[in-house]
Design a protein around this ligand. Sequence first.
Ligand code: MN
Length: 275
Amino acid sequence: MRCSVQKLHRSVQTRCAALAYTDSVATAQRPSETRLSDYIFPPAGTTSLAIAGESHRFPLRRVFCIGRNYGWTSGGVRGAGAANNAEDTPRDPPVFFMKPADAVVPAVGNIPYPPLTHDFCHEIELVVAIGKDGASIAPEDALAHVWGYAAGLDLTRRDLQAEAKQRGQPWEGAKAFDASAPCSALVPVATTGHPQTGAVWLNVNGQARQRADLADLIWPVKDLISFLSHSVALRAGDLIFTGTPSGVAALVPGDVVTGGVDGVSQFSVTVAGLN
Ligand code: MN
């Protein structure tokens, strides 16, 4: 009897702890119930992306970026289907890292040259915008979670990344800086469909630097969504930068960067001078 009372007590304690946790999470996730006067200073507004041809905007939640996802060779550009060559492109599980939502800026006009680097690199990528929550999503169900697509830049302080890799440290310093994710306006799936092929390209001052095809993605979009959703619950408003083809290189102030994903969108930005 005593034993079962203790057991009950333990179970009530556990349950109370669980409820307190659930309650605090729920409170944190219900900003509408918090009055503006409850904050010690005005909260930042929601970061959002333009939608092509519309006045509505896409509110951003989180930015997931996929590491190596195209077959890279030292020589440069590979042809369509080359990624299927298992010999030089082992199909390791994808690696992901994150950028803060407010690193996303419109890919128009000037982009700042960031501090702490002498090797500021471009990475052109297909960007996927998630429009529907989901966890543990099967690949065959994954595309139903896509709201639209865009073309974006995963800008990188390569020297800091090389240093971090060498020391076995995280990549945040190299990847998660201000304005590190310029992105075109989003195009809804209703317009683009789910592109399986199409050039992913980037020119600097009119010279081709990166060019591959979506067919060369080692992990296609449906697999990336499934993979990420088994790690975290994906939420409407999340972006996924899907990885960049070979040809990444440094930018200098004054460079005009033109890039795009054929069938989705394209953009042009200029690297601003050092402050
Ligand atoms: Mn990248």
